[in-house]
Design a binder for this molecule. Structure first.
Ligand SMILES: NC(=O)c1ccc[n+]([C@@H]2O[C@H](COP(=O)([O-])OP(=O)(O)OC[C@H]3O[C@@H](n4cnc5c(N)ncnc54)[C@H](O)[C@@H]3O)[C@@H](O)[C@H]2O)c1
Length: 363
């Protein structure tokens, strides 16, 4: 029996292209794992009314962790039309499977390292090396939304002037949820010899929700006197990150702000072809590239697999296979530095699988 059982979830579009590439390097490393395919994505919404079928969740429950490619999501109007006509009008409602997975499995950390590998022509500035900790289960993504103001809502003080046709989204942030994400960021800083943690918020406007987040952040920070702690408003942070990315080390923030800021950080180190991500809970984790299914490139084996291969490196670290993880990162760094293999986004013509094979050859 293999040492690890890994749920293998390619998903839609280029999800298959990039996970095929990741398998080349995992096999090249000789990882002792069994990969179990799971159904996920748009196709299963259309045919079954569920993009994350229960059988996939059941299979995941029997595995150590999951590796995910990408999915296609579409707006409500399109989703409703593309659902099998036999299922329409029966109460099916589309929800992003990745957001659902994060909440169902309580994968409260979204860890997104952003490192500018030497020789990458897409680096904004050489030497950038940031890590974003995004809270992954609360905030604006709790999924409590209304297409218009519910009547009973007007009983809440301060809502009297809300127009009836206003769509409403709830933002929920708890002290416990905030403390655990901030503590994870500090623990990471200690373990990886990082010097500073920056909490990002908008507490001057979102006084209650981000007030809770910042109170928790300040409380946790005093437990780590050797790590510098500072904070910034999300809007200013966008500006400061571009102006001087070297002022930042570990960034911790709430769900929506983390979603945005981590894409900005990913862009500074090469864009979507380089953004990798770990959704991590107490006992389970799902690793993925941050990009989507890029339908126009699906099946062409043209896109950059490095984001997904770096997600495999994160998975190996999480599994405790730190030597293999370091070996893999070294191979990625060597191929980027050499510059012989480059996918279209890097200005080259290498295919997804050629890039993966070049990395495997360096292992
Ligand atoms: N986690 C996820 O699965 C996820 C994330 C974002 C978007 N999506 C979904 O993906 C679909 C397409 O969304 P989108 O077009 O806004 O974003 P996308 O990330 O799929 O692609 C946007 C563009 O970025 C480039 N790109 C993406 N990945 C790349 C790679 N590995 N190498 C080189 N270039 C790459 C391509 O030019 C692509 O057209 C939508 O249905 C969206 O909802 C899913």
């Amino acid at each position: 029996m293999a040492k690890y059982r890994i749920a293998w979830l390619p998903g839609d579009g280029i999800g298959k292209d990039v996970t095929d590439a990741a398998r080349i390097v995992l096999d090249g490393l000789g990882v002792d794992a069994e990969y179990i395919h799971g159904d996920i994505g748009w196709e299963f919404w259309c045919t079954e009314g569920d993009p994350l079928p229960q059988r996939t969740l059941d299979m995941m429950a029997e595995t150590d962790c999951a590796f995910f490619g990408a999915i296609t999501s579409k707006g409500k109007d399109v989703a409703d039309k593309e659902l099998d006509p036999e299922l329409q009008g029966k109460g099916y409602s589309y929800r992003s499977p990745i957001v659902r997975m994060r909440q169902l499995l309580d994968l409260y950390i979204c860890l997104r390292p952003c490192k500018a590998y030497a020789g990458n022509p897409l680096n904004y500035k050489d030497g950038i090396d940031l890590v974003v900790f995004r809270e992954n289960t609360q905030g604006m993504y709790i999924g409590v939304e209304y297409p218009q103001v519910p009547e009973e809502f007007y009983a809440v003080k301060g809502t009297e002037k809300l127009p009836r046709d206003a769509a409403i989204s709830f933002r929920a942030i708890t002290p416990g949820g905030s403390e655990r994400i901030v503590r994870s960021a500090f623990e990471y800083a200690v373990k990886h010899n990082r010097k500073k943690v920056t909490a990002v918020h908008k507490a001057n406007v979102l006084r209650q929700t981000d007030g809770v987040f910042m109170e928790a952040a300040r409380k946790v920070a005093v437990e780590y006197p050797r790590i510098e702690f500072d904070n910034a408003n999300i809007d200013a942070m966008g500006m400061w990150l571009l102006k001087n990315p070297f002022n930042y080390d570990v960034i911790v923030t709430t769900n929506l702000f983390g979603d945005i800021i981590s894409d900005l950080c990913a862009q500074m180190v090469g864009g979507l072809g380089f953004g990798c991500s770990g959704n991590i809970g107490q006992d389970y984790a799902v690793f993925e590239p941050t990009h989507g299914s890029a339908p126009k490139y699906a099946g062409q084996y043209k896109v950059n697999p490095i984001a997904t291969i770096l997600a495999a490196k994160m998975m190996l670290d999480w599994l405790g296979e730190t030597d293999k993880a370091a070996q893999l990162e070294g191979a990625v760094a060597a191929v980027i530095a050499e510059g012989r293999f480059r996918t279209y986004d890097m200005g080259g013509e290498s295919s997804t699988l050629d890039m993966a094979r070049a990395i495997a050859d360096k292992l």
